[in-house]
Design a protein around this ligand. Sequence first.
Ligand code: KG4
Ligand code: ZN
Length: 344
Amino acid sequence: MIILGIETSCDETAAAVVDDSRRVRSEIVLSQLDEHRPYGGVVPEIAARAHLEHLDRLVARAMTEAQVGYAQLSAVAATAGPGLIGGVIVGATMAKSIALVHGKPFLAVNHLEAHALSARLVEDISFPYLLLLVSGGHCQLLAVEDVGRYARLGTTMDDAAGEAFDKTAKLLGLGYPGGPALERAASSGDPARYALPRPMLGRPGADFSFSGLKTAVRHAVAALPGGKASPHQAADLAASFQAAVGDVLVDRTRNGFALFRARAGLASVPLVVAGGVAANTYLRRRLQALADAEGARLHIPPQKYCTDNAAMVAWAGIERLRLGQRDGLDFAPRPRWPLDPRAA
Ligand code: KG4
Ligand code: ZN
């Protein structure tokens, strides 16, 4: 089985060719950093236009590098939601067109499912597992029971974790994109210098909240002389922020383990962390310590499969095609598309 995957749901234009032996035959990711940098965040209309401008060429290159002809493809998969709808339409329409022209099945992939299954592209991890999905758009704990079977254990009440990183980095003048910049600044900062809140810590359940933390950083900056953080103060604030996020993620994920065990009646389940924020080395260390304490194995895909990419979309396509699934060419792209239909 060989699948072409396409990802265009946010600010990465990506194409990849992956086969069912987990071989990634080609993978290309084009980040629109320069397009969005002047605005300090992703502008949906600019993103959609950039996808449209680059996707043709990217797909052609992915096919050439994979040394695969369209006739050899088993199917074409694209993220069909959730995400910025203009970009999603560009990617899904491209995939449908290729599928139609070459008479191949089309797979409308849920972007969250692609993140959820991304660890299985790299390693043989069997179901069920606990998933902490932490990205720019999402912050959820999910019980992953099988392909297509997800139960949401917790979600954020306001900002996603990556969004909190991005907004806090902007506030501290650390540049764009915020997550990696904040982690860099934090590495030379004192995490105990500022007492920041830990929203939801100690509460029952596995929901998250980050907007209060971001606001606390804003107040801390406003209270500084001149209302602006020096590089030294910004580093201390970044480290204090990151430590607070770490405490919250660990606390919520610990509850996620308990909820999952109660639900599945299992003594131990592995923990998989996916999404862009899983690239953070400090948070990885904190989650490893939690997994050790819980007697659970921790799996985190390599960084290139944590942030948005098309290999995980192709892989989700393979997982679904193996089960005989495919979608119609009339599948309508979805701006919202929860993995757990009961949690809509
Ligand atoms: O999964 P992703 O590429 O896109 C979404 O589906 O949202 O995640 C991007 C998010 C951004 O908010 C970015 O700031 C965050 O992941 N991120 C990080 C790091 N690298 C990326 N957050 C914290 N530390 C990092 N090293
Ligand atoms: Zn994503």
